[in-house]
Structures are given as structure tokens and as C-alpha cells.
Write a protein that binds this ligand. Structure first.
Ligand SMILES: NC(=O)c1ccc[n+]([C@@H]2O[C@H](COP(=O)([O-])OP(=O)(O)OC[C@H]3O[C@@H](n4cnc5c(N)ncnc54)[C@H](OP(=O)(O)O)[C@@H]3O)[C@@H](O)[C@H]2O)c1
Length: 217
């Protein structure tokens, strides 16, 4: 896989201003001198399955380092990393799993529907507008569960990702998105709620894998 994200400055594991480089196994190797110099403190990989994460760990391990984080697409509609064992592998090996596109670029925010579609002409409109009708049962359930906790549909999607032990990376476009994401931290969905949401997501039959990704299974 090619590099999907460039180097990010992130606050990580309570450290201030730590750099996490996202790379593939090969470019990860090129980060070793930067790790050794201390310019890069941690390395993560993106859009990687277990085999690829292991390979990256082998390369880094030879120099005394390890993969610190994996950043993969993970949402109610796209659980490939869970099904393919990446989540378990990360937990077992002390690797943080950063979930991107948790809200499927807002298709799971509850804001958009067939009558109020995503902006036409946008990439996300092109991808999700044809399937918005198939998402109604799922987003309705997210809204209903949200009323039990005083949360929005989006916040339930974020709470679900947190319940899986992931760190959701939410694409905030408004100040309130940041505040809403922070509010979710203490919410614990019940196993019945999680099962119901996942069953409704599966029932859509939708695969939202991006054309830059390969399956994690
Ligand atoms: N590594 C990779 O290959 C890769 C690939 C894709 C994305 N990413 C990263 O993942 C992150 C998230 O991706 P993303 O922004 O595409 O997808 P996302 O987080 O699923 O969706 C973001 C959209 O959801 C809506 N939203 C966010 N918070 C909300 C809230 N609290 N309430 C209601 N709506 C809310 C906003 O839409 P509106 O503006 O319409 O309200 C926003 O544009 C980004 O940092 C991106 O760089 C990484």
C-alpha cells in the first residue's frame, strides 16, 4: 500500500507534540533514521491488514521500534478491520487503532436523506446519495438510541466506534462537531444496542470501501 496520509503532528498517549508518521511498510523503514534521531517519536501505518502490520513491525523491530498506531476505515457500514482481526491484533500488541470515516463522510450523521442529499457534484454526494434511502432504518435507530443518552445520530456513531476500543478521527467542519465528539467520551452503549446497530448496518448490504483501500479480511 502507498502512503495514505502524510506525517501528522498529534498529541499521543499524553505526550505533548509527538509526531506520528503514517506510512506503508517500505516507507516505514525509511522512518527509522528519523526515529533514531528523535525527530519522529512514533510510526503508524494506514490501510493495512494484519499481514502488512506484521511486516511493518518486523522491519521496525529490527531497529528496536514498533508500529504505534494503525489508521483504517472503520464505521458501522465498514467493519473490515474487525472482521479481519486487525482490531484484536492491535489490542493484543498495544497498538492504537485510529478509525477514520466513522460517519461515512456524514452519510451516517442523520443530517442527509433522500429529500436532503449531500451536496450534488461532490465526491461524497456521488458516493452516498444513491444509497441514502437504504440507510434510513440504521440512522433512525441511531437517532432513537441517541434520545436515551441525549446524543445526536452522529454522536451515537462515534460512541459505537469508541465501544469497539478504537480512537475515532472525526472530520469536523464546525466548532460544534468538536464539542459533540468530546461529549461522547463517557457514553457506553449496551451490547444490545451495538448488536442492533450492526444488524441494521449489515442489512443495508452496502460496502463503503474506498477505491484507495483493499480489504482487511
Ligand atoms: N488514511 C486514509 O486513507 C484516510 C482516508 C479518508 C479519511 N481519512 C481521515 O479521516 C478523517 C475523517 O474523515 P472524513 O472527514 O472524510 O469522514 P467522517 O469523519 O466520516 O465525516 C466527516 C463529516 O461528518 C460530518 N460531521 C462531523 N462531525 C459531526 C457531528 N458532530 N455532527 C454532525 N455531522 C458531523 C461533517 O459533515 P458536514 O460538513 O456535511 O456537516 C463532516 O464533513 C479525516 O481527518 C481524514 O483525513 C484518512
Amino acid at each position: 500500500m502507498k502512503m495514505a496520509c502524510c506525517t501528522l503532528a498529534e498529541s499521543f498517549e499524553n505526550s505533548a507534540s509527538v509526531t506520528v508518521g503514517y506510512a506503508d511498510a517500505t516507507t516505514g523503514a525509511r522512518q527509522i533514521p528519523l526515529l533514531e534521531s528523535g525527530k519522529v517519536r512514533k510510526v503508524g501505518v494506514s490501510n493495512h491488514n494484519i499481514k502488512e502490520i506484521r511486516r511493518a513491525n518486523e522491519i521496525l523491530g529490527e531497529a528496536g521500534f514498533k508500529v504505534s498506531a494503525v489508521q483504517n476505515h472503520f464505521s458501522l457500514l465498514y467493519r473490515s478491520s474487525e472482521k479481519g482481526g486487525v482490531l484484536d491484533y492491535c489490542k493484543e500488541n498495544g497498538i492504537q487503532f485510529w478509525a477514520y470515516m466513522v460517519l461515512e463522510q456524514s452519510a451516517l450523521s442523520g443530517k442527509y436523506n433522500e429529500l436532503n442529499p449531500l451536496p450534488s457534484g461532490s465526491d461524497r454526494g456521488q458516493k452516498y446519495n444513491p444509497i441514502l434511502g437504504q440507510l434510513t432504518a440504521l440512522t433512525d435507530a441511531m437517532k432513537e438510541i441517541g434520545t436515551r443518552y441525549g446524543l445526536t445520530c452522529s454522536q451515537v456513531g462515534i460512541a459505537w466506534a469508541l465501544s469497539k476500543g478504537t480512537m475515532p478521527i472525526i472530520g469536523a467542519t464546525k466548532e460544534r462537531h468538536v464539542l459533540e465528539a468530546a461529549q461522547v467520551m463517557d457514553t457506553v452503549l449496551t451490547s444490545e444496542e451495538i448488536t442492533r446497530l450492526e444488524a441494521l448496518a449489515d442489512a443495508t448490504g452496502i460496502d463503503t470501501r474506498g477505491d484507495w483501500e483493499h480489504t482487511m479480511e
